[in-house]
Design a protein around this ligand. Structure first.
Ligand code: HEC
Length: 122
């Protein structure tokens, strides 16, 4: 019974932009739960980590007034879907010496969070 239901649900959910919106909602929930203790999405509001507003196309380690490790400042990375995916999967392998050690090993969760962070500003 359940096995018959799941594929139908998956198809229903993967249609159109509804799926993307849903993913961003999930991303927002995960962001609040996993990232918001150290990051905001308000420009200028740095916490332990830099703010993550206008992240798409931003050079790594470039937020004014944020406390960065020398490693992230020197990293030659521009934040997009691919670089965020690598960084969040394993920050220390992507940027050796980074002070962000928190990671998201789950690929689907990473995709949701990245979708939320890179969504166009309202
Ligand atoms: C325990 C605190 C902490 C948590 C939790 C955390 N981060 Fe970070 N994050 C940091 C710190 C500190 C830095 C700066 C690292 C450095 O300078 O090496 C950082 C840097 C970043 C950067 C690079 C920003 C830039 O300006 O280059 C991104 C992107 C990022 N974090 C995303 C996330 C996401 C998404 C989450 C949740 C899944 C998260 N972080 C969870 C502390 C945290």
């Amino acid at each position: 019974m359940m096995r018959a239901l799941f594929p139908a649900l998956a198809i229903a959910c993967s249609t159109a932009g509804a799926a993307r919106a849903q993913e961003a909602d999930e991303g927002e929930r995960l962001f609040r739960q996993r990232c918001a203790s150290c990051h905001t999405i308000q420009a200028g509001q740095n916490r332990i980590g830099p703010h993550l507003a206008q992240l798409a196309g931003r050079q790594a380690g470039s937020v004014e007034g944020a406390r960065y490790s020398p490693a992230l400042r020197a990293a030659d990375l521009t934040w997009d879907e691919a670089t965020l995916d690598r960084f969040l999967a394993n920050p220390r392998a992507t940027v050796p010496g980074t002070t962000m050690t928190f990671s998201i090993p789950n690929e689907a969760q990473r995709r949701s969070i990245i979708g939320f962070l890179l969504r166009p500003a309202p």
